[in-house]
Design a protein around this ligand. Structure first.
Ligand code: 6GU
Length: 239
């Protein structure tokens, strides 16, 4: 998979060279390219923002650097078979990113992330990008960050670890929170008793059917308690 990131703070993404994703890059499974949006400016100050038409607080990202950058990065490739890129703009005004979104995007050949700052990007950039690929505005959740960089890092990590070969043991992908629509069960390791807290007896029993049943019940119980919104609504008790 190829992932291009456009940002005015490319050094934010240095962390993606660490750990699993760094290994995936070294192994050639993930071709991650981080680019500085200011490389597509031509004025002395490398300006990427301007005041908003109609007034209002803050600055808006100018369309011109985005247009030039997308022309270079998202333009249909010379390879005729290659699919059009999926162009993602992290935005608190977008659809909410979930494990389902990550699974869907992990099947793509080429993702482009456009990280906005300030009050946002000139709306025409999204229209223009739609001529080059599939455009998605995606939010991490209902809170506000200062820009798209942290959101992009979260999405690249969630997507990247689903690419075959990135996570060594594919079984560890299956047993996680959200993969089966429930929160994951609690995990314990040695010692069996630690500072007066002991590991639940069933996990020491060697009875695998009982362990499976206990883990399932724990998943349901903590999902009911912490994230009832994840459970199907009970039609039978509807008034
Ligand atoms: Cl994707 N961007 C910004 N700026 N804030 C956010 C967000 C994204 N998701 C949640 N808050």
């Amino acid at each position: 998979m190829r992932i291009d990131v456009l940002s005015i703070f490319p050094s934010y993404f240095d962390g993606l060279t660490l750990s699993l994703l760094g290994k995936a890059r070294d192994a050639g499974i993930l071709d991650l390219r981080v680019r500085d949006l200011r490389d597509w400016t031509s004025d002395r100050h490398r300006t990427v923002d301007d005041t908003p038409y109609g007034g209002g607080a803050g600055m808006v990202m100018k369309p011109e650097p985005w247009g030039l950058a997308l022309d270079e990065i998202a333009r249909p490739s010379e390879t005729p078979a290659a699919e059009r890129p999926t162009i993602i703009f992290p935005s608190p005004a977008g659809e909410v990113f979930t494990q389902k979104t990550a699974r869907e995007l992990a099947t793509r050949e080429h993702l482009v992330f456009g990280c906005g700052r300030y009050e946002g990007i000139d709306e025409r950039v999204f229209d223009y990008a739609a001529d080059l690929g599939e455009v998605r505005l995606i939010s991490l959740g209902d809170y506000v960050l200062n820009g798209g960089e942290v959101a992009t890092m979260a999405m690249v990590e969630a997507i990247g670890r689903l690419i075959p070969g990135v996570v060594g043991n594919p079984e560890s992908l299956v047993e996680e929170s959200h993969e089966d629509g429930l929160l994951e069960y609690p995990s314990y390791t040695k010692p069996a008793s630690w500072r007066d807290h002991s590991v639940p007896d069933v996990l020491l029993s060697g009875n695998h059917a009982a362990i499976d049943a206990w883990r399932r019940e724990q998943q349901l119980e903590r999902t009911r308690r912490r994230r009832p919104d994840l459970l199907p609504t009970d039609q039978s008790s509807a008034s």
